[in-house]
Design a protein around this ligand. Structure first.
Ligand code: ACO
Length: 258
């Protein structure tokens, strides 16, 4: 009789979202009572966790708190290639962005970066890693560019957590150089460090040191001024090498962490 009751119960969840599909359900299923007032449930297509709101699902896909063991294991793995970083067991405090190459066998991690949910020091990236077999293919630059796109969405400037490794510094300097030179080329010199910072979400200190390194800063009347001779810019641009893989911002669906 109990089985029969279960079969005849009125359908509780009308639709579910699973991966790319929204699917109408057929029958009642005994979800815990707190889900009974929900018409639509959002499933993670990988671990089958279900949530009431889409934002929860989006958060679930990247949040260290929700995938604790994965986050901790990722930190152990990453530490094998990171010299100066403290290994945080407290993955709750971070979001993890994992970059994969996908083929018919599935998605294979090539690298990642972590980001503190709340940073007092305006860090927009805690640790970055490209696994050695995948290095020097532009993935590092892509992850760095991505971290700045998140900062733009937050409406904040950001900077990577210090200390930077040698390879970290090389990659960041390369990224900052290319981004800043591209803008200066368009605007000539008529732009301030503050404006550059607003446009790129790169912290003013990082802009100043990058431009000083390129010899594009003069100190006049107690103020730093950008002086970018077009010829000098072209020379630097040539030396700056290839840009990274582009981040397609229109595909970035992200709500800042609150
Ligand atoms: N030798 C010389 N230059 C290098 C090297 C190298 N071995 N590796 C990177 N670079 C420079 C180059 O300028 C390169 O650009 P180019 O290839 O156009 O010349 C640029 O850095 C970035 O190259 P990418 O291919 O975009 O970066 P990659 O995917 O190799 O990742 C990263 C860079 C993440 C720093 C990688 O080297 C790595 O994981 N290293 C070990 C971990 C580490 O040190 N992480 C940073 C710690 S600091 C922090 O986490 C905040």
């Amino acid at each position: 009789l109990r089985e029969h009751e279960e079969f005849t119960k009125v359908k509780n969840i009308a639709t579910i979202e699973l991966g790319r599909y929204e699917i109408e359900t057929w029958y009642f299923s005994p979800f815990p009572p707190e889900y009974n007032d929900t018409l639509k449930l959002f499933f993670c297509e990988f671990c089958l966790n279900f949530m009431k709101r889409k934002e929860q699902l989006q958060r679930h896909m990247v949040d260290g708190k929700k995938n604790k063991v994965y986050g901790q294991n990722l930190c152990y793995l990453a530490k094998l290639f990171l010299d100066h970083k403290t290994l945080y067991y407290d993955v709750d405090l971070f979001l993890f962005y994992v970059l994969c190459e996908c083929d018919e066998r599935g998605c294979h991690m090539v690298g990642y970066f972590s980001k503190e949910k709340h940073s007092e020091e305006s860090y927009n990236l805690a640790c970055i890693l490209t696994l050695p077999p995948y290095q020097r293919k532009g993935y590092g630059k892509f992850l760095i560019a991505f971290s700045y796109e998140l900062s733009k969405k937050e409406g904040k400037v950001g900077t990577p957590e210090r200390p930077l490794s040698d390879l970290g510094l090389l990659s960041y300097r390369g990224y900052w150089t290319r981004v800043l030179l591209d803008i200066l080329k368009k605007h000539k010199s008529n732009i301030s460090i503050k404006e550059l910072s607003d446009m790129t979400a790169i912290k003013a200190d990082d802009i100043l040191t990058t431009l000083q390194g390129l010899d594009l800063i003069q100190y006049r009347k107690g103020q730093h001024a950008i002086c970018a001779d077009p010829k000098v810019l072209d020379r630097h641009l040539k030396a700056a090498g290839r840009g990274g893989l582009d981040v397609d911002v229109s595909k970035l669906i992200w709500t800042p962490y609150k």
